[in-house]
Design a protein. Structure first.
Length: 190
């Protein structure tokens, strides 16, 4: 005798969508408060998996890079690079994260229509694609048993143009993001 087994989703869509909407609403309120003052302090973005940062141009001062192993949404230890920049300005900044919800994809996107000023940036990336320019570039090796301390790159200035960065962690001591816009939308992901 053949028996049919019906398997149902274990995700309560009503609870999921209300939780997502609440989270996006709270994020929107938080970001709106940044827009009212124009400045945010100590803003980390982590724990949401790979997200992407795109921009037309970044100009920064006081740049340092070193390799590391870091956590991502899919791995406890993934090779990355940490970028530290003391002060920078970014033109046409866009940050976004794609989520699969059931069989559909949604994108949460934050963008700024005006130049963004940041101080105290720490950025962990798995990929950086850009046209890059450095001033006073120094590559240095160090004798250490810790492989993350064996190499570092520094420069007095950095300029990145036409950039796309696969990001795992982002922290800014302060950020001035005038012209900020937050959107949540369905996307076609292939």
């Amino acid at each position: 005798m053949d028996e049919s087994v019906v398997v149902e989703s274990k995700i309560n869509k009503k609870v999921f969508w209300s939780t997502l909407a609440s989270g996006v609403l709270l994020l929107g309120i938080l970001l709106a408060s940044f827009g009212l003052s124009g400045v945010a302090y100590a803003v980390p973005i982590a724990g949401v998996g790979d997200f992407y940062v795109e921009f037309d141009k970044l100009e920064g001062k006081g740049y340092k890079f070193y390799p590391k192993m870091g956590e991502t949404s899919s791995s406890d230890a993934s090779p990355q690079g940490t970028n530290l920049i003391e002060t920078l300005t970014i033109d046409n900044l866009q940050l976004y994260k794609d989520f699969k919800v059931g069989n559909e994809w949604i994108r949460v996107k934050i963008q700024a229509s005006k130049p963004v000023q940041i101080s105290g940036l720490q950025h962990d990336a798995g990929l950086i694609e850009a046209d890059a320019k450095f001033q006073n570039l120094a590559l240095k090796e160090n004798n250490s048993d810790d492989w993350t301390k064996q190499f570092q790159q520094t420069s007095s200035t950095i300029t990145l143009e036409k950039a796309k960065l696969k990001t795992h962690y982002l922290f800014q001591e302060t950020i001035n993001m005038n012209g900020m816009k937050l959107t949540v939308e369905k996307i076609d992901k292939k």
